[in-house]
Ligand binder design. Structure first.
Ligand code: FNR
Length: 197
């Protein structure tokens, strides 16, 4: 069966460069034959985590929707801005809510981390910070990451990367990630076949 990948940008603003990078990544992933579910974090609107609200009402609808989309995929790709050298509160809040669901949706999922920023390091420090909660939750975070520097001038009008070397590097990262995820999905399918005998 085709591999299913959820891809989403983790910034709210309409002109988000991370949304553009997520969209380009989804096109490159689709070229590998995978099924892509392209989302934006605004599709999963949720309040700040509050233990009383959770006790009274459980997870809010936006968090449940994100849980469902993660559950349906084999792996996810997130393109996130870096805020003050770390993970934006919005994304950390979403991770915190989703981590409360059972079974815990992040466990054993593969993830590829991307970032973009107008700075010269492309928001890469934020991705190191994002690794901590995801790996804590059992997500298999791919060792390689891609960060787009000077993102405000990094895209062509048709959504490609202005610097061809950068797009090659993104494609190479995605290719390595997809090889790993596809091999894992094939192995799980094979295992199921053995169990059915
Ligand atoms: C930023 N930005 C930023 N950029 C960066 O490279 N390192 C940083 O530490 C920060 N810190 C930071 C804090 C806050 C509160 C804001 C609002 C912004 C700039 C950020 O990278 C820029 O706004 C990006 O354009 C955000 O990504 P989108 O919205 O284009 O996807």
């Amino acid at each position: 069966r085709p591999v299913r990948i959820l891809v989403f940008g983790a910034a709210l603003r309409a002109g988000s460069t991370n949304a553009r990078l997520a969209s380009l990544a989804s096109k490159l992933i689709a070229e590998t034959g995978a099924e892509v579910d392209l989302a934006r974090i605004r599709d999963f609107d949720m309040p700040l985590y509050d233990g009383d609200a959770e006790d009274a009402e459980g997870l809010p609808p936006g968090a449940l929707a994100l849980c469902e989309r993660i559950k349906r995929c084999d792996a996810f790709v997130v393109s996130s801005p870096e805020y003050n050298a770390s993970v934006p509160g919005l994304l950390k809040n979403a991770v915190d809510w989703v981590s409360r669901a059972r079974p815990q949706p992040f466990k054993t999922k593969h993830a590829l981390l991307l970032s973009s920023s107008p700075s010269m390091i492309g928001g890469n420090r934020g991705l190191w910070a994002l690794r901590v909660p995801l790996e804590h939750l059992g997500t298999r975070v791919y060792p390689d990451m891609f960060s787009l520097p000077r993102a405000h001038e990094g895209f062509t009008e048709d959504g490609r990367l202005a610097h061809p070397g950068s797009e090659d590097r993104l494609a190479e990262t995605i290719c390595g990630f997809m090889r790993l995820v596809s091999a894992d999905v094939q192995f799980v399918c094979l295992q199921r076949r053995w169990y059915e005998f």
